[in-house]
Write a protein that binds this ligand. Sequence first.
Ligand code: NAD
Length: 253
Amino acid sequence: MLLENKVVLITGASRGIGRATAIEAARQGANVAINTFRDDAVAAEVVAEIEALGRKAVVFDADVAQPDSATGFVQAAVDALGRVDVFVSNAGICPFHAFLDMPVETLRRTMEVNLHGAYFMVQAAANQMVKQGDGGSIVAISSISALVGGEMQTHYTPTKAGVHSLMQSCAVALGRHGIRCNSVLPGTIATDINKDDLADPAKREYMEGRIPLGRLGRPEDIASVVAFLASDMASYMSGSALLVDGGAFANFQ
Ligand code: NAD
């Protein structure tokens, strides 16, 4: 097991990639604190799955965009599980919209959840790890969108480039404390975030056709890579980005 007796915290863990990561962390032997936001029934399912694997779970309901949520989540995890070994910043939104008439509120909210939320959360987790004094691992879920543009994602792609940049700067700021910081860049993973966009069969077929491995990603495809980065198997990795996209980015010509 990669994460035996570690304490792993994950934001936005009620659905999709965050949920799969929480379950994978438990499968790898960790006790898990999950942050969710107004998703109590689903959060209870995730807790039940983690407990069925023989691990402890704690839920903290909060909007990552609020600075106080970060200190609250980390404190709740420490109170319930004793410490923080791994922090996964995953919560994110992508309300697809055209550029020329982007509503200010949509831009602002996307920035606040995806980038400011990641910043506050990572900062709170890092402070706890520094206090503990024996290192840690931070993984942020960025995106292939950090590398490529998207017509309906002009508000989203800068947040994902920002999240990777945050991990690079944190790798520099926190290396002396033995804290590793890396990002994962998923390609197209079938989750609620793109359910409407991919509901059009022609769009889905086009996307699948561009992926050399011939299928969209599953949340579990990302969860296993996060578990690797979180673990001692990646003990000399920091400031790195792992693209997990079925080969899509390489398929340009
Ligand atoms: P999802 O919609 O299935 O899950 C998002 C999770 O974040 C949910 O649990 C939701 O409740 C939570 N969340 C949303 N706003 C929140 C807030 N303000 N505070 C706390 N939690 C909040 O989507 P997903 O695809 O699993 O996305 C997870 C991460 O992966 C996001 O950061 C997203 O940008 C990134 N990502 C997804 C894809 C993809 O194709 N699905 C590709 C690249 C990157």
